[in-house]
Ligand binder design. Structure first.
Ligand code: SF4
Length: 203
């Protein structure tokens, strides 16, 4: 069962399923359909994040989402609240600046493993070390998805990617341990685990 259809900016009629009833005011229906591949977990994350924001008890207007570049970086654009889509790897320093300028804001960074742990890796460990008062959600799909399947800092050893066709020879980061070792006191590994992980295809 779905709710009433809305016509998007591209002229397509989109209906949200009934299960979106409680968060429909947080979803930018006019920007749908989203760009993600069928079956990508980012749609699930969008829904769960919207619900978490709704249930946080913090007014919607105090929430800010900051994203960098990549598939995950598009997430903020589908939420009806203040969202910043910034340069590659720089979502964390941007978020820290926002929080310092206005400590009343609830600032959440959402980014992929390439964005947060490669290009933005230094920002990640130093934000954890300083215990900056922001939320960071890392969507770890073990690869650079949007740019064609190059290996990232979390790609498992032995995985075949477009840049490791004979098998990846580097050790991956253990992300929760990295955050913990850098000083991050509140680190939770994965809310969703993808049981199907391909070693030959991107994402
Ligand atoms: S490339 Fe991977 S992360 Fe990007 S939208 Fe497709 S499945 Fe999702």
């Amino acid at each position: 069962m779905s709710m009433e259809a809305e016509v998007t900016t591209t002229g397509i009629k989109v209906e949200l399923p009934k299960s979106y009833e409680d968060i429909k005011d947080l979803i930018r229906i006019d920007r749908l359909p989203h760009i993600w591949c069928p079956g990508c977990g980012l749609g699930i994350l969008l829904k769960l994040l919207a619900r978490a924001i709704k249930n946080s008890g913090i007014p919607i207007e105090k929430h800010v989402i900051v994203t960098g570049i990549g598939c995950t970086g598009r997430l903020g654009g589908y939420l009806k609240l203040d969202a910043y889509h910034v340069t590659h790897g720089r979502a964390i320093p941007f978020a820290v600046g926002l929080k310092m300028a206005n400590p009343e804001l609830e600032v959440t960074v959402v980014g992929g493993d390439g964005d947060i742990l490669a290009i933005g890796g230094n920002h990640f460990i130093h934000a954890a070390r300083r215990n900056d008062d922001i939320n960071v959600i890392i969507v770890n799909n073990f690869i650079y998805g949007m740019t064609g399947g190059q290996y990232s800092p979390t790609t498992p050893k032995g995985a075949k990617t477009t840049t490791s066709p004979y098998g990846h020879y580097e050790n991956p980061f253990n992300v929760p341990l990295l955050a913990y070792a850098a000083g991050g006191p509140h680190t939770w590994p994965g809310g969703q685990f993808f049981t199907k992980m391909s070693f030959t295809n991107p994402s």
